[in-house]
Design a protein around this ligand. Structure first.
Ligand SMILES: CC(C)(COP(=O)(O)OP(=O)(O)OC[C@H]1O[C@@H](n2cnc3c(N)ncnc32)[C@H](O)[C@@H]1O)[C@@H](O)C(=O)NCCC(=O)NCCS
Ligand SMILES: Nc1ncnc2c1ncn2[C@@H]1O[C@H](COP(=O)(O)OP(=O)(O)OP(=O)(O)O)[C@@H](O)[C@H]1O
Length: 209
């Protein structure tokens, strides 16, 4: 029996940072962001559907212009909803395929890493427990602006497309507080791994502290 954990957070609260450590510790990770890119890669049916729904101006040299589509959908919930109606079923099918493969291989623990874990609905039913990586909203906005080179308004628009982090924290089995230093966050992650006997926390590289 595999124990399945969801890993989520708000945009730029540090989910990818934590996910990278879990991977280094040897945990199998199903990464929804990676899958979301695969299902709209050049030549896919997903990309053809996006071209049909949004127009050829979002395709450059056969590939999705992600920045341009992001500018559109993160400022318009109806357009985001239309995009999700194309991408969500494709992402869901691949997540379920990977999870079935890990279960068949008797993986003791599997992590499903997804930014919109709660928002998409179906993922909650696939997991036993949920790890939420959180910061306060001010820190979240500051890090998002710095990482993506966004204005305060653009960062707010992206944050507004997701559930507030407090609502996610209220549904978490465990909350990792990433409002402090990277080292403080790593300490919490190592404790979670060691307490549950998951993976090899000593394999985590600590070079980024
Ligand atoms: C709109 C797109 C093209 C913008 O691409 P871009 O490379 O600029 O951003 P990227 O995909 O790296 O996402 C950055 C962050 O935005 C947030 N985000 C992405 N999709 C969504 C969404 N549907 N709803 C709310 N927030 C989202 C996440 O926190 C994510 O980590 C892309 O985000 C996309 O295709 N989104 C729809 C697919 C999806 O739902 N992905 C989430 C996987 S569960
Ligand atoms: N404790 C920390 N102190 C300072 N900066 C941090 C900390 N944790 C993460 N960061 C930085 O904040 C930014 C957001 O982190 P990260 O990319 O891990 O977030 P995320 O939750 O995966 O975001 P998204 O949902 O958009 O993929 C990155 O630039 C990262 O380097």
């Amino acid at each position: 029996m595999s124990e399945v954990w969801g890993l989520t957070g708000g945009i730029a609260t540090g989910k990818s940072t934590v996910s990278a450590w879990l991977r280094e510790a040897g945990l199998p990770i199903i990464d929804a962001d990676v899958i979301a890119r695969q299902v709209v890669a050049p030549g896919t049916n997903g990309l053809a559907q996006i071209e049909q729904a949004f127009g050829a101006k979002f395709i450059v040299d056969g590939a999705l212009d992600r920045q341009r589509l992001g500018q559109l959908v993160f400022h318009d919930p109806d357009q985001l909803h239309q995009l999700e109606s194309i991408t969500t079923p494709l992402i869901q099918a691949e997540i379920q395929r990977q999870l079935a493969a890990y279960r068949a291989a008797n993986a003791p623990v599997v992590v499903i890493d997804a930014p919109t874990f709660f928002e998409v609905g179906y993922l909650v039913d696939l997991v036993d427990h949920i790890l939420v990586v959180a910061t306060d909203p001010v820190t979240q906005q500051r890090r998002l602006m710095a990482r993506n080179n966004l204005s305060a308004a653009d960062a707010q628009a992206r944050m507004a497309q997701q559930w507030p982090i407090e609502k996610k924290m209220a549904r978490a089995t465990v909350v990792i507080d990433n409002g402090g230093t990277i080292a403080q966050t790593l300490q919490q992650v190592v404790k979670w791994l060691d307490t549950n006997n998951f993976g090899k926390s000593q394999q985590i590289k600590r070079g980024d502290q």
